[in-house]
Design a protein around this ligand. Structure first.
Ligand SMILES: *[C@@H]1O[C@H](CO)[C@@H](O)[C@H](O)[C@H]1NC(C)=O
Ligand SMILES: *[C@@H]1O[C@H](CO)[C@@H](O)[C@H](O)[C@H]1NC(C)=O
Length: 231
């Protein structure tokens, strides 16, 4: 008797439309609450994806990578469609894995952080997205250092991954973050529109070969707004 009343009440709660709940206050979901180790060594990709999936269902939600922490993540796809106005707040440091070179060739990705099918999405924060590729860039350029063996990562004769890539995404804003040490493109937009990049710092070692800052592919240029880009 009681239990059926209780479960009926729970059903009612569950049936509340999500927008009505979320409209009250934007939801912030820290990856720390989803099991991230945040030690810069353990792979936190699973925690990031879990936080993303939860936030994706809530309008105006924010996935937070808090400051003072280092999050190592293996290559991930963070995909929509999500509720609008989703934000990824990067205040800490997001690190690519340091030894991808040792992975089986078939598992070496073409991109590290892959965002797709998003509409109304923002990446922002005071933090850094670090590809950690300094060593491999030097070592993989035979002209520069023919005698050196590869001691770094990302090194392979095949394709080197793009660090941050957006695919088929619209109304995307990337601002304030720092993106560094990509083996290839730092930031790439493919088949996307309504893009704003503001106050983003992109840096790589001065001797890096072929590392585009921002690469636009398969799209009209007219609606891109690349503002105050610092190099
Ligand atoms: C640009 O980004 C930096 C680093 O996150 C931040 O400290 C600064 O306040 C930003 N400037 C503006 C105008 O938003
Ligand atoms: C982008 O946002 C604007 C304003 O919020 C909206 O009118 C427009 O439809 C959006 N664009 C896309 C492709 O969804």
């Amino acid at each position: 008797m009681w239990s059926s009343v209780v479960s009926a009440a729970l059903l009612c709660l569950a049936a509340l439309p999500a927008p009505a709940v979320a409209a009250a206050r934007p939801t912030t979901l820290s990856v720390l609450s989803f099991g991230a180790a945040a030690d810069g060594v353990t792979d936190d990709a699973e925690a990031l994806v879990a936080a993303w999936r939860a936030a994706c269902r809530v309008p105006r939600a924010t996935v937070l990578l808090p400051s003072g922490h280092r999050f190592l993540v293996s290559p991930v796809t963070l995909q929509g469609p999500c509720s609008t106005r989703l934000t990824l707040q990067v205040d800490g440091t997001l690190l690519a894995p340091p030894d991808m070179d040792s992975w089986p060739r078939s598992r070496r990705p073409l991109r590290w952080l892959n965002f797709k099918w998003l509409n109304g999405f923002t990446v922002q924060g005071a933090g850094t997205v670090d590809g950690q590729s300094i060593t491999s860039l030097r070592d993989s350029s035979p002209a520069d250092a023919p005698h050196q063996r590869s001691t770094g990562h990302w090194h392979s004769s095949g394709a080197k991954p793009t660090l941050v890539r957006f695919y088929s995404s619209f109304n995307v804003t990337v601002r304030n973050i720092r993106i560094s040490n990509s083996p290839r493109c730092h930031l790439k937009f493919d088949s996307s529109g309504g893009i704003k990049v503001k106050n983003v710092t992109i840096s790589s070692p001065g001797d890096s070969p072929n590392t585009d800052g921002i690469h636009l592919q398969n799209q009209g240029r007219r609606d891109q707004e690349l503002q105050h880009l610092l190099r």
